[in-house]
Write a protein that binds this ligand. Structure first.
Ligand SMILES: Nc1ncnc2c1ncn2[C@@H]1O[C@H](COP(=O)(O)OP(=O)(O)O)[C@@H](O)[C@H]1O
Ligand SMILES: [Mg+2]
Length: 271
């Protein structure tokens, strides 16, 4: 059965478990809601923050929710995602993200970034927020240079907030050697964890409802197996729930059973 017939079998308007989630459709349980609150507050206080969690738990979704909550008239959120590069390319990307003209040398790029960051506050009263995704992948030379960015200050308050996003080992790395000074400048840390059994069901229901579901599509034991197999990781839940819908539709099963979830699991790369 193809994708569209699966959707129509379950009376859904669009694909429920796609990667691109509209920020208004994000699922924020109390723990994610509080993570977003804490990030928003950290940035309002011009602090730096660390967002930690296993792959696929929803770190990016939480940082997107943070961005959405920050008024554009007072904050400018800039993303840098490709961080495996050396220092010079990192600053090139950053300067590109800030809309600056390309420059030749590292010193020139750095100076332009610094000027932009200073001007952002002094001329426009806009606080820049630099989100660095997959920060655990940064080479030492790039990571260690971040404390220079973290140190741009005025009245001893940083001129920009760094939001480092990464796997739990990022914090272990920051505890080591040269990175310690950066760690001491991070005022807020939020942990994004896997969902518990009840939240797994709430997450899946939420995504289905946003796609137009008006009734339960998974049987209660279907939810139990979804949770066990995906271990509460939303990205894995997405793939598994989608596969289970296909399996069930092929069998004309309107309430998805645990058997269909198990069969779908075998077809995921996680099995
Ligand atoms: N709060 C959420 N609301 C809706 N979908 C989510 C949420 N958290 C995670 N997801 C789903 O899980 C996928 C992985 O989330 P993501 O934020 O990219 O994880 P991470 O950055 O931790 O690897 C997303 O593409 C989305 O489909
Ligand atoms: Mg991510």
């Amino acid at each position: 059965m193809n994708h569209d017939s699966t959707l129509s079998f379950f009376d859904l308007k669009h694909s429920p478990f796609g990667k691109e989630v509209n920020v208004k459709d994000l699922w924020l349980d109390p723990s994610r809601e509080s993570a977003v609150d804490r990030l928003v507050e950290a940035v309002h206080r011009r602090q730096h923050a660390l967002v930690r969690g296993e792959p696929g738990v929803g770190k990016n979704c939480v940082t997107r929710a943070m961005k959405h909550r920050l008024p554009e008239t007072a904050f400018r959120v800039v993303y840098v995602a490709n961080v495996t590069v050396g220092r010079r390319d990192f600053y090139r990307q950053l300067s590109f993200a800030l809309g600056l003209q390309p420059r030749g040398t590292m010193a020139a790029v750095f100076e332009a970034v610094q000027r932009e960051v200073r001007g952002s506050w002094s001329d426009h009263r806009i606080h820049p927020v630099l989100v660095i995704d997959e920060a655990h992948l940064m080479p030492d030379a790039t990571l260690s240079h971040l404390h220079v960015l973290a140190n741009f200050d005025m009245d001893s308050r940083p001129l920009l907030s760094l939001v480092l996003v990464g796997l739990p080992e990022l914090q272990d790395r920051l505890r080591l050697g040269v990175h310690r000074s950066l760690l001491t400048r991070i005022g807020t840390m939020v942990d994004i964890g896997v969902t518990g059994p009840a939240d797994t069901a709430a997450y899946v229901r939420h995504r289905l409802e946003r796609a137009g579901a008006t009734r339960d599509i998974f049987a209660s034991d279907g939810f139990v197996v979804l949770h066990e197999l995906a271990a509460g990781v939303p990205r894995v839940l997405d793939a598994l729930a989608e596969g289970a819908m296909r399996e069930a539709a092929e069998r004309d099963e309107r309430l998805i059973s645990r058997a269909s979830v198990r069969r779908a699991w075998q077809a995921t790369p996680y099995a």
